[in-house]
Ligand binder design. Structure first.
Ligand code: ADP
Ligand code: MG
Length: 244
């Protein structure tokens, strides 16, 4: 059997005396799409950020692709290269063109030479439906276009897992569909994905598994059908009544 892509066990994270993650077990198989839902403040972003050690766990184990990234001797920079992350706010470099944004990391880190990086950037822009924006500056793009560039930029490192933290929450409603469509295509191509989102339609259609978190714990998880049509936990039920 292949190792799990993500194997988190008994993860705890505190900020001062705020105990935010309380013994999280969270597994993701290769090629699996997991959608993480739950009320604001339940610890979803913190869990995601612990997966690439943007936050350091207080205790517990985070193993990605067999590498224990909570182990201080693990080369975290190397591990991070295989983990793409897309945030609510796209954080593009506004002084660089779209193409330069996408080519920056692969060339700086020696993954690709300039020509390879350029060819890949153009191909990825095609994938996200922005082939005509290679020379554009980020300021000239809509929010939805910026987010699709941010996805292309993350993909340029050829990650084998993509983490999305509310990628459509800051977008005007008419932009949401384009971004979700790109994510749907990625899932279809077999990318392993963890997606924090309030887009329940996306969860129903694309997720292999839905994980519901509240108060720093995984309260319930299962197939989209099980979670949306037949939730067992009272907290899941009341959350879903509010968001659907
Ligand atoms: P969610 O993404 O589910 O809304 P978060 O993981 O962002 O939840 O936050 C969970 C809790 O952790 C909140 O109480 C938040 O204030 C706290 N928290 C998150 N990040 C930090 C931080 N860097 N420093 C202090 N507290 C934080
Ligand atoms: Mg969050």
């Amino acid at each position: 059997m292949k190792p799990l892509k993500v194997d988190v066990s008994d993860l705890n994270k505190s900020f001062g005396d705020n105990h935010v993650l309380k013994g999280i077990d969270f597994k993701v198989a290769n090629n699996e799409v997991v959608v993480l839902i739950g009320p604001s403040g339940s610890g979803k972003s913190t869990l995601l950020r612990c997966l690439n050690r943007l936050e350091e766990p207080t205790s517990g184990k985070v193993v990605i692709d067999g590498n224990d990234i909570s182990d201080k001797s693990t080369d975290i920079d190397k591990a991070r290269q295989n983990i793409g992350m897309v945030f609510q706010h796209f954080n593009l470099f506004n002084n660089l063109t779209v193409g330069e944004n996408i080519e920056l990391a692969p060339t700086e880190l020696g993954k690709d030479n300039k020509e390879e990086a350029r060819a890949l950037a153009k191909k990825l822009l095609q994938t996200v439906g922005l082939e005509d924006k290679y020379e554009a500056m980020p300021q000239s793009l809509s929010g939805g276009q910026k987010q699709r560039v941010a996805i292309a930029r993350a993909l340029a490192m050829k990650p084998d897992i993509m983490l999305f933290d509310e990628p459509t929450s800051a977008l005007d409603p008419e932009m949401v569909g384009d971004v979700l469509a790109v994510m749907k295509d990625l899932a279809k191509d077999g990318m392993t994905m963890v997606v924090v989102t309030h887009e329940m339609g996306f969860a129903k259609e694309v997720a292999d598994r839905v994980v519901f978190m509240a108060d720093g714990k995984v309260m319930e998880e299962g197939s989209p059908d099980a979670i949306f049509d037949n939730p067992q936990n009272e907290r899941t039920k009341s959350f879903l009544e509010k968001v659907i």
